[in-house]
Design a protein around this ligand. Structure first.
Ligand code: NOJ
Length: 509
């Protein structure tokens, strides 16, 4: 493969959370044409690709991840013609487009599941899903849903179905030939339309242990046999997907993996996918030592497989980066990740430094809130629609002028101050920092693997070729002279003595 064909190895991928990016038709929900209207923002920012969260026909239970038809566009999101136009317009601007496929489950409104429900116990349609007989009125096993509550739901006729996520997301049985054949068709369908890559949702969940045995308690260790996470059988499935990707040069796959580097490593084997998310980075404190240890583990794992990591800085499932790492930390960590070998995944709105929003109970939509009996607030606080303009209308430019409909999650007042328009011309803004860093990053593209440098406590430093990256979390300002003469980029302004405040990251030559 040529370097150009492996464009994804060091790409900056911008995650467009469709429902919250931009609304073109005034219903308060973002859509595909909203993305079309703002492609220039992404080109101007300097990202290489955009990842679109699911836009398929959906039952509306999990913001698009409960899919009714994997090869059709939800009318609320737009049309297939809009997808084609988006691919064309993005490609014309040199932006690649990554899709998001959902192989682990369907919506409970999927025709297969409706057939299974109607069919009754023993009906062959049920075998496309994980269904089992209850134990004297109790579920077939004690498995818990990742969104809270039991992972089994009764059909009401003695049989139960498994849903690791919401009750409206029954898990598919990947031992069934129909499931394999239909999903391979889905993967081909989107690649043939022009997608440059695919994210495989819930990659680790697709194989279940026969008999649904109990989940062991406590932390996981290499070699453990977990009944539904990262089982060896899932790799057979990914080897097939990898063959389909390989038939089309320049396309790649990224596994949505959660957990430590050793769990994600097998997905990056040469005959599997090209990337697996280094998800633990998201949960690492803003501390040079802890961040250094976390990134080194993922770098080593990727290197062993001849790959490069996929660094998530944020996403739609976790607390906003600016709230996790603080308003200065958000950019410090971003510049650290951007300086490492691998692809960085930037979540829409984090280029504006948007904080997590505290929503009222009545506004929460995430199924986690309901399924946990109101104990887990869920992920909505990171999904509030983006502010684009100064706008008195109440939606801050998210919807067309004059729109009466409310945004699907309410935006805080004062959101205009953080809008793209407000930050565009402000050289000290988060947006300006990201734009400058992405420009400067070109000098790191083909740079060698990092050489770690000794530094004072609270400082993480490494060199790649002639560029040095320093992260300062020491609590005090760091003189930069010993690290380099020319400042290429910094996550914040240096102090009057030319020192890097804490927390902060600088790239020097
Ligand atoms: C991971 C997705 O990112 C998340 O939003 C979704 O709820 C689950 N997978 C289930 O599809």
């Amino acid at each position: 493969m040529t370097d150009e064909e492996q464009w994804w190895r060091d790409a900056v991928v911008y995650q467009v959370y469709l429902r919250s990016f931009a609304d073109s038709d005034g219903d308060g929900v973002g859509d595909l044409r909203g993305v079309l209207q703002h492609l220039d923002h992404l080109a101007d920012l300097g990202v290489d690709a955009l990842w679109l969260n699911p836009f398929y026909v959906s039952g509306g239970a999990d913001a698009g991840y409960d899919v009714v038809d994997h090869r059709a566009v939800d009318p609320a999101m737009g049309s297939l013609a809009d997808v084609d136009e988006l691919l064309e317009q993005a490609h014309a601007r040199g932006l690649r487009v990554v899709g998001d496929v959902v192989p682990n489950h369907t919506s409970s409104r999927h025709p297969w599941f409706e057939q299974a429900r109607r069919g009754g116990p023993g009906d062959p349609a049920r075998s496309r899903y994980h269904t089992a007989t209850g134990r004297d009125g109790a579920p077939p096993s004690d498995w818990q849903s990742l969104f809270g509550g039991p992972a089994w739901e009764p059909f009401g006729d003695g049989e139960w179905y498994l849903h690791l996520f919401d009750v409206a997301q029954p898990d598919l049985n990947w031992e069934h030939p129909d499931v394999v054949a239909d999903f391979e068709r889905t993967v081909r369908f989107w690649l043939d339309r022009g997608f440059d890559g695919l994210r495989f949702d819930a990659a680790g969940a697709m194989a279940k242990a026969p008999g649904y045995p109990p989940v062991p308690e406590g932390p996981r260790h290499p070699g453990d046999d977990h009944p539904f996470s990262d089982r060896p059988e899932v790799h057979r499935i990914f080897r097939r997907f990898a063959q389909i990707l390989a038939e089309r040069p320049g396309r790649y796959g990224v596994a949505e993996t959660w957990g430590p580097a050793w769990l994600g490593e097998p997905y990056m084997r040469q005959d599997e996918l090209h990337q697996a998310f280094a998800m633990d980075v998201i949960f690492t404190r803003l501390d040079a030592g802890e961040l250094g240890a976390a990134v080194r583990e993922y770098l080593d794992a990727a290197e062993r497989q001849g790959r490069r990591p996929a660094w998530p800085h944020g996403n739609h499932d976790v607390t906003r980066a600016a709230t996790r790492w603080g308003s200065e930390g958000v950019m410090a960590v971003l510049l650290l990740l951007l300086a490492l070998p691998g692809a960085t995944y930037l979540y829409a709105g984090d280029e504006l430094g948007l904080p997590e929003v505290e929503l009222a109970d009545a506004d929460l939509r995430d199924p986690t809130w309901r399924r946990s009996g109101g104990t887990e607030r869920g992920r909505d606080g990171a999904r509030v629609p983006l502010p684009w303009r100064y706008d008195a209308s109440g939606h801050h430019g998210f919807s067309p002028a004059g729109t009466q409909a409310r945004t699907w999650l309410p935006q805080p007042s004062g959101w205009s101050e953080l809008s793209v328009e407000a930050q565009h011309a402000d050289t000290g803004s988060a947006l300006a920092t990201v734009r400058a860093a992405l420009k400067a990053r070109t000098s790191l593209r083909e740079a060698p693997w990092p050489v770690w440098l000794p530094g004072p406590p609270g400082v993480l430093a490494f060199r790649r070729g002639d560029v040095t990256c320093v992260l300062n979390t020491s609590g005090g300002p760091l003189p930069l002279d010993e690290w380099g003469r020319e400042l290429l980029a910094a996550s914040r302004e240096l102090d009057e003595d030319g020192r890097l405040p804490s927390p902060g990251t600088a790239w020097l030559r």
